[in-house]
Structures are given as C-alpha cells and as structure tokens.
Design a protein around this ligand. Structure first.
Ligand SMILES: [Ca+2]
Ligand SMILES: [Ca+2]
Length: 188
C-alpha cells in the first residue's frame, strides 16, 4: 500500500504536481523545477532568483531599513558600495537580466533627469573584476519616475557561467537611495 493511504515510509521523491508524494503533510515542498522556476500551485512556474539587500549582500556604507538597505546622506556617511556580493557561481550561462529594485529621494524641480544618483554594476569576480555589462548602468531620475517610489532597473548581461558574480551599487551620497532586492532571471 501507499501513496498515502497507508503506513510506513514512502520512498518517493516529491514531484511538482500538487500531490504529496512523500506523505509528510506538505505538498511539493522539495519538488525540483528548472532554474528560474519555482513550484507553485502544482506547476513549475517562472520565478526569478531573489537576493535581498539586507540579507544576501555585504555593505560598505549605508544602514538597514524596513525594506532593505539605505544610504542616507549625513556628514559622517561616506560614499561607497551600498551593496556588493553575493559572489554566486551557480547562475546559468547565457543572457540574463539583473533587476535592481531601488528608491530615491530628490526634488524633481532641482535635478536634471539624467543626474546619476548611483551606478549599478555587474562584476565577474573570477575575471579580474571585469564589469560584465561593459559599464556601470546609471540610476537617474528618469529611471525612478518619481521620488520615494520603488522602481525596477533591469540590467541585461551575458553570464559566462561558473564564475562568481558580484552585483553592486556605487552610491555617491548626494541623495537618499534605498535598495530592496536584486532579482535575476533569463533576459526576455
Ligand atoms: Ca511532501
Ligand atoms: Ca508533489
């Protein structure tokens, strides 16, 4: 007997199908799906890999906040990398997109739309710190759209595969800037 109307151990692997194969009371809890997919509602569905600013990165400046990590201008606060890391080498080879979720405070009447508040960089830590996407991607008011509003900054890059990657944000300390997370997925 089994697949759950009997006793004894169930020697089956969990499959993403909405059924509790291993009879532990949780459905699909360890069911495998492809990279950039997650098992939801009994199906492998598209899902980015999420790196949380306050948890998965290191910080050279800034402070924790309710939503992540913020650089708040103050005389004793220096410019630097708000986040850097996580040096993962497990992301698949190919064209990927890293989406930085950011918020900034500024006076729209007093800054130019192309003022650079921060630079978003993707680094190959196993290739001499080379910037994979060619140059730092600027975060500007035209990218934010409005002050104190979360906005997505997608940066497309070609991942060589098997190299440790660093996603980082250079902050120049002139404006409040917060980071919630970085999401990685296949580029569209
Ligand atoms: Ca289960
Ligand atoms: Ca299952």
């Amino acid at each position: 007997m089994n697949a759950c109307n009997a006793c004894g151990p169930v020697e089956v692997a969990e499959v993403c199908d909405g059924v509790d194969q291993d009879c532990d009371g949780s459905t699909d809890e360890s069911a495998p799906c492809a990279v950039f997919e997650a098992c939801r509602e009994g199906r492998c569905q598209e899902a980015p890999i999420v790196y949380e600013a306050e948890r998965d990165f290191m910080h050279a400046t800034g402070q924790p906040s309710a939503d992540g990590w913020c650089g708040i201008p103050a005389p004793e606060v220096g410019a630097g990398h708000l986040i850097y890391g996580p040096y993962v080498d497990t992301l698949p080879q190919g064209r990927l997109v890293a989406t930085f979720w950011l918020l900034a405070d500024y006076n729209p009447a007093r800054v130019f739309p192309d003022t650079v508040f921060a630079r978003l960089e993707i680094i190959d830590a196993d290739d001499g710190g080379r910037q994979i996407q060619g140059h730092g991607y600027p975060a500007t008011p035209s990218g934010f759209g409005a002050p104190m509003t979360w906005a997505a900054f997608p940066v497309t890059f070609d991942n060589p595969g098997g190299h440790r990657l660093e996603f980082r944000i250079w902050w120049d300390r002139t404006n409040l800037l917060c980071v919630d997370r970085v999401e990685v997925a296949w580029a569209p």
